[in-house]
Design a protein around this ligand. Structure first.
Ligand SMILES: Cc1ncc(COP(=O)(O)O)c(C=O)c1O
Length: 392
């Protein structure tokens, strides 16, 4: 973790050019970020649905607050630690879209429930009873959202009868309140063709909405019916009965969305890196690597107008070679490319700074202590990623 002095040092760049930042460093372009947030909020408003954006993507209270100011109902988190970081940062409505198991973590959620409106996903009676028992002991009130498996083959109850059982049990237990149900169609979000994705996602929503209907027939009112990611928000948002979307990556995007039809948010996140070696005509080496940019979704990208391409990544190096001058700029990357790479001008050499595009924004953010919020090439603010590493 950065010391206060190190944080202070990063803040000395405020008002200066991004070229003053020590690299590798995570940057977000504020105009593009705000455009993405506005676009999502316009979509949800037009379709009469809400959004609880997933904060696993940014783990940063300043961004969660921007989302709340633009109309989000609340924030979704993956872990108790993330929820605590965001609650410390002023967020008062949080859905932990994951099972919280074990007394220590349950007690932390109960403590949160005394300060904010917190909800957790549950898929077993044993876990539900544990939460109820610990919460009732201290007068807490933890919101319960029953997780339904909709085809992703991860957590979630496997039958509609079980959803109804858990919802009924919640309504009869102390220290907990039944708030609704959630699914996550993660198996659909990266299906390239919009038509295929629509067919598969609608099957998932059929399951979720049948569960909702069954719960309602049992006399309970699910206030929350939550699902959806960046690849499916436009499908989930159109299905009557879904109340809120949990998409996260739409604010930043990453190389994995390049070929996903119909998902038209813009690239706002990049890693600034310095070329540290140019030992041969066709080889450049920069100072980012797997310790500042993750690689599980493949090689990272580079803005096309630099005329380079990524050859390989190792821990603290990325090798770059000549790029295809005719390569098209993916539509979502055009703004970053115009603002930063086109203006770079001239052949690149040692000491020059370049912007790389993460292949997976969520895990890349988790590697960094701070994010530089940038506008027109100048640092406007430095945000602490207070949820980073808080995966317990
Ligand atoms: C439970 C849950 N909800 C929503 C999402 C959607 O996130 P994204 O918009 O980044 O695809 C995810 C992604 O992993 C998830 O696990």
């Amino acid at each position: 973790m950065f010391s206060e002095a190190e944080i202070q040092k990063t803040r000395e760049t405020i008002g200066k050019s991004i070229l003053e930042i020590e690299t590798p460093a995570l940057l977000v372009d504020l105009d593009i970020l705000n455009e993405n947030i506005d676009k999502m909020n316009m979509f949800v408003t037009q379709h009469g649905v809400g959004i609880r954006p997933h904060a696993k993507t940014h783990k940063t209270p300043e961004i969660a607050r921007l989302q709340m100011e633009r109309g989000a109902l609340g924030i979704t988190c993956a872990k108790v630690g993330e929820a605590e970081a965001l609650a410390e940062g002023g967020i008062t409505d949080i859905l932990i879209a994951n099972q919280v198991i074990g007394t220590g973590k349950i007690d932390r959620v109960v403590a949160l429930s005394k300060k904010i409106d917190v909800k957790v996903a549950v898929d077993s009676a044993g876990n539900l009873k544990d939460i109820s028992r610990r919460s009732a002991l201290v007068g807490g009130n933890v919101g319960i959202v029953v997780e339904v498996e909709v085809g992703n083959n991860r957590s979630g109850v496997r039958s509609i009868e079980e959803v109804v059982e858990l919802a009924r049990l919640t309504a009869n237990l102390p220290g907990v309140s039944f708030r609704g149900i959630m699914g996550y169609e993660g198996h659909c979000v990266f299906v390239k063709s919009l038509e295929d994705r629509t067919g598969q996602a609608n099957k998932a929503y059929d399951v979720l909405l049948s569960a909702r209907d069954a719960v309602m027939r049992a006399g309970l009112a699910p206030e929350i019916v939550s699902t959806g990611g960046t690849g499916t928000y436009l499908l989930a948002g159109r299905r009557q009965g879904i109340t809120d979307i949990q998409a996260g990556s739409y604010i930043f995007m990453d190389t994995r969305y390049k070929d996903i039809e119909g998902v038209d948010f813009k690239q706002s996140l990049a890693v600034l890196s310095t070329i540290v070696s140019h030992p041969e005509k066709d080889l450049y080496v920069c100072d980012a690597g797997l310790k500042s940019m993750t690689g599980e979704f493949g090689l990272v990208g580079i803005l096309p107008s630099y005329g380079l391409r990524v050859l390989s990544m190792s821990e603290e190096h990325i090798r770059l070679g000549p790029g295809d001058a005719m390569a098209e700029v993916p539509p979502g990357w055009a703004d970053l490319d115009n603002k930063y790479a086109k203006r770079a001008g001239g052949p690149l050499g040692v000491g020059d700074k370049i912007l790389l595009i993460p292949s997976h924004c969520c895990t890349t953010v988790n590697l960094h202590e701070v994010m530089y919020a940038v506008k027109d090439g100048l640092v406007q603010d430095v945000w602490r990623i207070t949820g980073r590493g808080r995966f317990a």
